[in-house]
Design a protein around this ligand. Structure first.
Ligand code: GDP
Ligand code: MG
Length: 163
C-alpha cells in the first residue's frame, strides 16, 4: 500500500502550515479533482530516503447543508479511510476544545496509527502547555512549531519509523 499521511484537526491549528513545511519546495500539489479529493491537498514528502504522500484536510468546501462539526467529522472519516498514518494537530495554546475531543474520540476508535501533534510550540515555555493534551488519550504529544520548523524533524523520524 502507498504510504499516506493525513493531517487532521480543527480549523486554525496549523494543518496547512505543517503541510507546506512537510512538502516544502517540492510543493507537488496534485489537484483537487473529482470525488473524495475535491477538498484535499496532496503533496509528496521525502525524509531520510523514505517517500510518502501527505494530505492536508480541511478548508475549501463546506457542504451548505452540513454543520461545521459534521464537516470536520466527514473530513476525519475520509482521512481515516484514506491514510495509513494520521497526524492529529492541536494548538498548544488553545487547550482542548470540544472539536479536539470529538476528533480524538474518532481517532481512538479507528485502528490507524495516530500521532498527536501539539503545534505552535514557538518557544520552550510553551512545551509546558502540551502536558494537558495527554488527556486526549492518544499518547505522547509531539511538540512542534510549524512556523519555525521546531520539532518537525523528530516528528518525521517517528513517522517514517512506522511506515
Ligand atoms: P489550518 O486551518 O489548520 O490549516 O491552519 P493554518 O495552517 O491555516 O494556520 C492557522 C494560523 O495559525 C495561521 O495564522 C498560521 O500562520 C498560524 N500558525 C500555524 N502554525 C503556527 C506555529 O507553529 N506557530 C504560530 N505562532 N502560529 C502558527
Ligand atoms: Mg488549512
Amino acid at each position: 500500500m502507498a504510504n499516506i499521511v493525513a493531517i487532521v484537526g480543527r480549523p486554525n491549528v496549523g494543518k496547512s502550515t505543517l503541510f507546506n513545511r512537510l512538502v516544502g519546495m517540492r510543493k507537488a500539489i496534485v489537484d483537487e479533482t473529482a470525488g473524495v479529493t475535491r477538498d484535499r491537498h496532496y503533496g509528496k514528502c521525502e525524509w531520510n530516503g523514505k517517500d510518502f504522500s501527505v494530505i492536508d484536510t480541511g478548508g475549501y468546501t463546506i457542504n451548505s447543508d452540513d454543520t461545521f462539526e459534521m464537516e470536520i467529522r466527514r473530513q476525519v472519516e475520509l482521512a481515516v479511510d484514506e491514510a495509513d498514518i494520521i497526524l492529529f494537530v492541536v494548538d498548544v495554546m488553545g487547550g482542548i476544545t470540544d472539536y479536539d475531543a470529538a476528533i480524538a474520540e474518532m481517532l481512538r476508535k479507528s485502528k490507524k496509527k495516530v500521532f498527536l501533534v501539539t503545534n505552535k510550540v514557538d518557544n520552550n515555555d510553551r512545551i509546558y502547555f502540551s502536558a494537558e493534551f495527554y488527556a486526549l488519550g492518544l499518547g505522547d504529544p509531539y511538540n512542534i512549531s510549524s512556523a519555525s520548523g521546531f520539532g518537525t524533524g523528530d516528528l518525521l523520524d517517528a513517522v517514517i519509523e512506522s511506515l
